[in-house]
Design a protein around this ligand. Structure first.
Ligand SMILES: [Zn+2]
Length: 323
């Protein structure tokens, strides 16, 4: 089994230490409206992406799964092929759609009377099996998003994701709001998705190990993929690390993955001139936060090097292999 990376087929064995949810370029729908003030410059963005890869190389990350879906902006397969070639970092892109309120559902919602699940299934399968846009560069996984409860539109997208998984065998990773991970896992599984190839994301938007465990008990993996963002959700990184350590003690080490949900924002700089409250909230949002700061905290909670490697190396690989 081979994974679709931006440079072509990648063996799961070559993934190494993997960030399962960090973005290179990203902007929400609506960004093109601001292009007169904040134009897109390929060379500037290439420089920012290469700089991020320099840091990744310093800290030993080999692979980044970039979950920027079709209706967000920034997913540029040719740019990432160039960046991957130059830096040696493996980059795996996704097909998929954002949740309804963050995304751009209107195009689909106004396909009056049509089966939009079928239409979206065709899009996902095309991007996985033939390539994204006209680049021939293929998506390696599917990303779906869920609001605090699944909307009808989001259900159509989830149905399409499961259909595309059945046709292609790729993993599904997710966005959740608040505590929607349980409902989302149940819905995906009710459609016949492979639990070994599902990773429910953003579980650490909530500081409650009972919530995390409730998803794990459905049989899917979960991602603590907002390491560094705890302050945004009014708790601490120590809480994050304590929750991970607790779930490991309960035997879930093979079902937990780690990432940071960082973005290289397109458009006007969202992080410029933050007031004190926001600059504190985002101060740990950085691509090397786990490796430089969270790992020592995890170790202080009793997590071993071997368990860290399981979460960072084995689990992402097994998500693709379905074992
Ligand atoms: Zn994200």
């Amino acid at each position: 089994m081979m994974i679709n990376s931006v440079l072509g087929p990648l063996s799961p064995e070559q993934m190494g230490k993997t960030l399962v949810h960090d973005h290179f370029n990203f902007a929400y729908p609506g960004y093109p409206a601001d292009l007169s003030i904040a134009p897109y410059d390929y060379n500037v963005e290439r420089g920012r992406c290469l700089e991020m890869c320099d840091t990744l190389n310093e800290i030993g990350i080999k692979t980044v799964m970039d979950p920027t879906p079709c209706d967000a902006h920034g997913r540029n397969p040719e740019l990432y092929a160039e960046v991957s070639q130059k830096s040696g970092i493996n980059i795996i892109l996704c097909t998929g759609l954002l949740n309804e309120h963050d995304g751009a559902p209107q195009y689909w919602i106004t396909m009056y009377g049509k089966d939009i699940s079928k239409m979206i299934t065709d899009l996902f399968i095309k991007e996985i099996s033939e390539g994204i846009l006209q680049t021939g560069i293929k998506a390696g996984f599917i990303k779906v998003g869920c609001s605090s409860a699944l909307t009808d539109y989001e259900k159509s997208v989830h149905i399409a994701a499961v259909n595309a998984q059945k046709a292609t065998g790729v993993p599904i990773i997710t966005h959740t709001d608040e505590r929607s991970g349980v409902e989302q896992a149940e819905f995906l599984l009710s459609l016949g998705a492979d639990p070994k190839k599902i990773m429910i994301g953003h579980v650490n938007s909530v500081n409650d190990v009972n919530y995390h465990r409730a998803i794990l008990q459905k049989g899917t993996s979960i991602a603590f993929d907002r390491m560094g963002l705890a302050a945004v959700f009014d708790f601490t990184e120590e809480d994050n690390c304590r929750n991970v350590a607790q779930l490991i003690k309960e035997g879930f080490v093979k079902k937990i993955m780690l990432s940071q949900d960082t973005v290289l924002s397109l458009g006007r700089d969202r992080f410029a001139d933050l007031n004190e409250e926001w600059s504190n909230a985002f101060k740990n949002s950085k691509i090397d936060f786990i490796c430089r700061e969270a790992i020592p905290m995890l170790k202080a909670e009793g997590v071993t090097d071997q368990q860290i490697n399981t979460m960072f190396i084995d689990n992402p690989k097994n998500l693709f292999l379905g074992v």
